[in-house]
Design a protein. Structure first.
Length: 293
């Protein structure tokens, strides 16, 4: 998926590599290429400018000119800055003795919330936890049935009722406590775009249920627009993290780099396929490696 960035970056770095000695000018020229590669990969403009500024300051500050192979040094600086931009990440899902931990998943319709709820349940179950899924998406036709089917498939209980989303979440958490589940995943409703009705519903659930973590599910295919979506949700709900889906598709990588840069919200997990076992921890070093090619 990162072909765009990777090709652009390696071309830029190849140009630097060819020169025995680097000057401040051709470092700048090389970084211009890096900048272009990032913009072409649909990374947010401000994030790109900050990033290039940091790399340049470090490159110049580390006396690149004196090194035998300065291009390697710049490659290392670009890699380190990519890692710094996307990290650090805390993957831990908290645990409590007195009540189930509540994870609230939110996001736009079609982002992969329902699928990701099930994937997260699979991951938690494999780690020895006892998850419960709550079908609180009463907006998208078929969402409740979809979660029920997934629940049966993965052997995780699904709580649902046809009242309203806020009641469903509240009662779902009570049911989880009663049945000794230790983690509850709320699959909330999305809309095709952010609107007040969606945000008000989510804020109500947030106020009443007080989730331990609010996680935004966002589709990597929307590129840097992901950062705007994350900002809107973060302003309304104070996100604890993001889960970036569809990284198996041909997304150009802009979302991965833009979200943290724009909002400060960390990406915790990534979705890499439609199947329920296709959820991985987000590891900035691994992603930076992929981006660098
Ligand atoms: P929701 O409306 O946010 O609940 O979205 P769904 O969970 O129904 O997902 C929408 C579509 O995206 C479905 O066809 C999913 O199979 C698909 N999907 C979800 N996550 C991934 C992923 O990581 N990779 C791929 N390729 N497809 C995904």
């Amino acid at each position: 998926m990162f072909e765009g960035i990777t090709r652009g970056l390696s071309d830029a770095l190849k140009k630097l590599r060819g020169r025995g000695r680097l000057t401040a000018d051709n470092i700048r020229e090389g970084l211009r290429e890096v900048r272009r590669a990032l913009l072409e990969a649909d990374v947010n403009f401000t994030v790109v400018n900050d990033f290039i500024g940091k790399v340049e300051t470090k490159a110049v500050g580390q006396d690149v000119l004196a090194r035998i192979d300065p291009s390697e040094q710049i490659i290392k600086i670009v890699y380190d800055e990519l890692v710094a931009l996307m990290g650090p990440v805390d993957h831990k899902i908290p645990q409590r003795g007195d009540r189930p931990v509540v994870l609230m998943l939110c996001g736009l319709q079609g982002s992969g919330k329902t699928t990701t709820s099930a994937k997260l349940a699979v991951t938690l179950k494999a780690a020895g936890r006892k998850p419960m899924l709550v079908a609180a998406d009463l907006q998208r036709p078929g969402a409740v049935e979809q979660l029920q089917t997934l629940g049966t498939q993965i052997g995780v209980p699904v709580y649902s009722e046809r009242t309203n989303p806020v009641e469903t979440c509240k009662n779902g958490v009570a049911e989880a406590k009663k049945t000794l589940c230790d983690v509850v995943i709320l699959d909330t409703a999305g809309r095709l775009q952010i609107d007040d009705a969606l945000m008000n519903e989510l804020k109500q659930i947030d106020r009443l249920v007080k989730p331990d973590q609010v996680l935004l599910v966002v589709d990597a295919m929307i590129g840097q627009e992901a950062a705007n979506v994350a900002k809107a949700f973060n302003d309304a709900l104070e996100l604890n993290g993001c889960i970036l889906t569809k990284l198996d598709g041909d997304a150009r990588g802009g979302a991965a780099l833009s979200i943290k840069g724009v909002t400060g919200v960390q990406i915790k997990f990534i979705g890499t396929g439609e199947k329920v076992d296709k959820l991985d921890e987000f590891v900035p070093e691994r992603m930076a490696g992929r981006i660098m090619g």
